[in-house]
Design a protein around this ligand. Structure first.
Ligand SMILES: Nc1[nH]c(=O)nc2c1ncn2[C@H]1C[C@H](O)[C@@H](COP(=O)(O)OP(=O)(O)OP(=O)(O)O)O1
Length: 313
């Protein structure tokens, strides 16, 4: 369901960006002019007419921080689009772990500093950095499109992993019980991970049967209640070889008096769930509660969402 935009009729400008990494740290420079002024970034720039992209990447590293690249690897291609422009900036993103020479600050990039990866100055970097950097660290090839209104406002993003091997889908289920503006929560479930209590569909079992099994294993539910399948969410983790397909059912008990026989549950206000971002992103939860079937796709690196897409048709 993840469709990638096409840019027929657009011109292209080639750029490079090299992330220099060593011992859990990355080298960043503060850009002092031109594109990305005032932001920390890796090293790169426009590819010149008579050079290869790889050569352009090495030249820019040398010009901007003084280091000689010994070896580098291209991990991804990012297409940057700015609203109102018919030019795509095609950024070729490299990682480099082997280099020589001394760091020399330039007019364009100063200061230049090593940052521990977990202490990167995210607030002073391009917004898109956090979405593709996990692929650099884990060496996972990708292609991305980021659409900007201006340098600080991103309107849309798409990331696809370009590893050729197709991943198998594993079906799971989850059932949400809704009563008016509240969600029913079992007392012994922790709020913070309640919505991650998915249940794997057994082999030969339908997702509908799995949903009923899920419900019955947690609640003493009256037989007459009906669950409705609202969402199918594909969750792809960048470093796992399968896609978790979560079939999300909703049981709306707003108009039913007798739905649960057990007492060990409590009601949690939907606004609290939204405010605390208890499940995926907020759009997911509000779309779910509109009770119209939809599909969604999330690309994740552990708990972080790198890309999310919705298909409501
Ligand atoms: N959204 C974005 N996210 C990101 O991480 N890096 C970006 C980015 N948009 C641009 N860049 C990087 C790519 C490239 O390394 C640099 C832009 O290159 P410049 O315009 O500075 O090119 P040059 O160094 O060739 O410029 P001049 O020497 O000033 O002509 O900024």
């Amino acid at each position: 369901m993840l469709s990638y935009p096409s840019f027929v009729g657009y011109s292209r400008k080639l750029m490079t960006l090299t992330m220099i990494l060593k011992n859990g740290k990355m080298l960043l420079g503060m850009k002092n002019r031109g594109m990305g002024k005032g932001k920390w970034n890796g090293f790169g720039g426009k590819v010149e007419p008579n050079e290869t992209i790889d050569d352009g990447a090495k030249r820019e590293v040398k010009e901007e921080c003084g280091l000689d690249v010994i070896s580098m690897e291209k991990i991804g291609i990012i297409e940057f689009e700015y609203v109102g422009s018919k030019e795509i900036l095609e950024g070729h993103i490299y990682s480099c772990y082997l280099f020589s020479g001394d760091i020399i600050e330039s007019d364009e990039m100063a200061p230049i500093k090593w940052f521990k990866i977990e202490d990167s100055p995210c607030n002073q970097m391009w917004i898109d950095h956090k979405f593709w950097f996990p692929m650099i660290l884990k060496n996972i090839p990708f292609k991305a499109h980021f659409k900007y209104l201006n340098d600080d406002t991103m309107l849309d993003s798409t990331i696809i992993l370009t590893n050729s091997k197709e991943k198998l889908k594993e079906p799971w289920v989850n059932v949400i019980i809704k009563k008016d503006n509240q969600i029913i929560l079992l007392k012994n479930f922790e709020e913070s991970n309640y919505f991650n209590k998915h249940e794997k569909v057994k082999s030969g079992e339908s997702v509908e049967d799995a949903a009923i099994r899920y419900l019955k294993s947690h609640y003493k539910i009256h037989d007459a209640v009906k669950v409705q399948k609202i969402a199918v969410v594909d969750i792809e983790f960048i470093d796992k070889q399968f896609i978790q397909e979560i079939n999300v059912f909703v049981l709306d008990v707003s108009k039913i008096n007798k739905y649960l026989q057990n007492e060990d549950f409590r009601l949690l206000d939907i606004n609290i769930i939204q405010a605390n971002k208890l499940w995926l992103d907020n759009k997911f939860f509000s779309t779910l509660l509109m009770m119209k079937p939809f599909k969604a796709y999330f690309l994740m690196d552990e708990d972080n969402i790198l890309c999310s897409k919705y298909d409501n048709n």
